[in-house]
Design a protein. Structure first.
Length: 100
């Protein structure tokens, strides 16, 4: 079984990147909304649980290039965390099969 710290860290990374993607998508959806202020957040390291998304004050107009970049980076980070989780689980399963 994946250690609780590794599991918590990976799951917090997945949740954090989901929040980054959600914020970027919300900004893109509201790009034509009058007086809409772009929402921002910051990914921070939290020990021992991994990462968290901290909302920041709204920040002027939506910059579509920035939002697309943020969305792409969040997608890649999410994929990498999911692959890591899967790889650890597969490795542990293989190790258990060797012991059986």
């Amino acid at each position: 079984m994946i250690s609780s710290i590794a599991s918590t860290t990976l799951l917090s990374g997945l949740a954090t990147q989901s929040r980054v993607a959600q914020t970027a998508a919300n900004n893109i959806a509201n790009v034509t909304t009058p007086d809409y202020q772009a929402q921002r957040g910051q990914v921070v390291s939290t020990r021992p649980t991994g990462a968290a998304y901290v909302p920041l004050p709204p920040e002027g107009e939506v910059d579509l290039v920035r939002e697309v970049v943020d969305l792409g980076q969040a997608k890649q980070a999410y994929i990498l965390a999911a692959r890591t989780f899967s790889s650890i689980a597969r490795t542990e399963k293989d190790a258990l099969n060797v012991l059986a």
